[in-house]
Design a protein around this ligand. Sequence first.
Ligand SMILES: [Zn+2]
Length: 284
Amino acid sequence: MPEGDAVFRFARKIRDALQDQVVRAAHAQGPGAVPRAERLIGATCTAVTTHGKNLVITFDNGLALRGHLRMYGTWELYKPGEPWRRHPNQARLVLHTDETVLVNFSAPVIELHESRALDTYRPLTYLGPDLLDDAFDPGESLRRFRDPLRAGATIGDAIMDQEIMAGVGNIWKHETLFHARVNPWLRVRELPDDELGAIIAKARELLRGAAGLAHDAHGRPSMYVYARAGQPCRRCYSRIRSDVQGRDIRRTAWCPSCQPVREAQELVPRSHARSGGRPRRGAS
Ligand SMILES: [Zn+2]
């Protein structure tokens, strides 16, 4: 699933190809197709920006495209006449400039708006501070973590809540909590401010590195727990565990030694009893 860093890298490529270029042809198709995409013909692209996992392409005629890729969507760039790497039936939007063909494949969300309407458009305005924004405000994200309505959420769910901080998806949820040595089933109220602050800082560090914004960035680092259930931990060689977590019933993986269940932890993964992790107080 494209996360903030991946959308950021898509945006950089699209900006390089489209900025200051004139749209010569525009075509939308498929479920949820942009109505009247031909309104973009003749417009010049003025900006390509990201807002968490949203990508916004702005044009000089007052229109802007918003795309959200969710699980399966992608953006690809081609030269005119170059064969596509995906089936044309999957194309949702195609924009031609003189030198580039931009194709959005399979995005469930691709919309055309008046640019100024985006300033008050709920899918963008509800977002918390953007982890990839130079002006990212960790104190604001901490304040949002501390919203009483979120106190009972597990950190494994809350860290992906785009209203707290925008950009983290399933991959960086896993890796951030591993590096912060935090068990994903801890509730937000069980984590002191300094630990939440460390989680915020680590998420930002990992996303910035993967987006190519860090000084020593080399793309995505090797994963420690994401998609590694059953394999040995790269740090301590314990076997990585996984269990179902959250509203969307995805599996969360963690190292039972590096991210142990804590004494008095309110909620433990169902597999904890057989996980080989530290038993709860009183357990035999
Ligand atoms: Zn470990």
